[in-house]
Design a binder for this molecule. Structure first.
Ligand code: SAM
Length: 217
């Protein structure tokens, strides 16, 4: 199978399960016009994040890695009145593009963007969050995951994106810092009694990758 097959498959399933949403489509379009790379979660993955948030009755969600705010909008759409997504982003420009997208999508009041290096800004946050979505620089995954465990409530969920990377994470010939960051997280999880976790491989319009899904015990 090829990328074209995966794209067609996502489009086919989405056509039954995910109605077109002008706010989300508009956010992707504006982000592209502003020159942001096409590295946000896929439509189906965004819907999955929304469903997880709904399933656990999330009121407070933390996101690490905002980009143009596409995944943030999905998460915000899951929250009840008074709910909040806090999202951490290194780039001032990305944060500004995201803010414009939140405004256009009508979810700006539910979202707080904190600009800075998330390895620092995450340490300033106080518990509790119901859900943490980690999708920033992969080399710091273990850092973010350790902080996420501090911040999330018991029974809360931590999801880490891009943990499969075309199967490269399991191929020892790849040694770049992003791949190593995922391996470090996996090694730490082997002896971690505070969470229970699994990797869910994903394939679709974003290629072959996966989510790590962890529940805090
Ligand atoms: N979650 C977004 C979505 O699905 O729409 C995509 C996030 S993109 C894959 C990763 C983002 O993490 C980029 O915007 C990048 O600037 C940001 N980032 C990279 N290193 C960071 C760091 N140390 N602290 C905070 N953000 C960082």
């Amino acid at each position: 199978t090829t990328f074209a097959d995966w794209n067609r498959s996502d489009e086919y399933h989405n056509s039954f399960l995910i109605p077109k949403d002008a706010a989300l489509d508009g956010a992707l379009q504006f982000s592209a016009e502003q020159g942001l790379p096409n590295i946000s979660v896929s439509t189906a993955q965004g819907k999955f994040l929304k469903l997880v948030a709904k399933s656990i009755g999330a009121q407070r969600v933390l996101e690490v890695g905002t980009l143009g705010g596409y995944s943030t909008i999905w998460l915000a759409q899951a929250l009840p009145e008074g709910g909040e997504v806090v999202t951490l982003e290194l780039s001032e420009r990305n944060a500004e593009i995201a803010q414009a997208n939140y405004h256009n999508a009508g979810v700006a009041p539910k979202i707080k963007v904190i600009v800075g290096n998330a390895t620092d800004t995450i340490t300033t946050l106080d518990p509790e969050f119901d859900l943490v979505f980690i999708d920033a620089d992969k080399k710091n995954n273990l850092n973010y995951f350790t902080e996420a465990k501090r911040l999330v409530r018991k029974g809360g969920v931590i999801i880490v994106d891009n943990v499969v990377r075309n199967g490269r994470v399991s191929d020892p010939s790849y040694t770049d810092s992003n791949i190593e960051g995922i391996r470090m997280l996996l090694k730490a999880l082997k002896d971690d009694n505070e969470v229970d976790a699994t990797t869910l491989g994903t394939v679709g319009e974003k290629g072959y990758d996966g989510f790590l899904y962890a529940v805090k015990l």
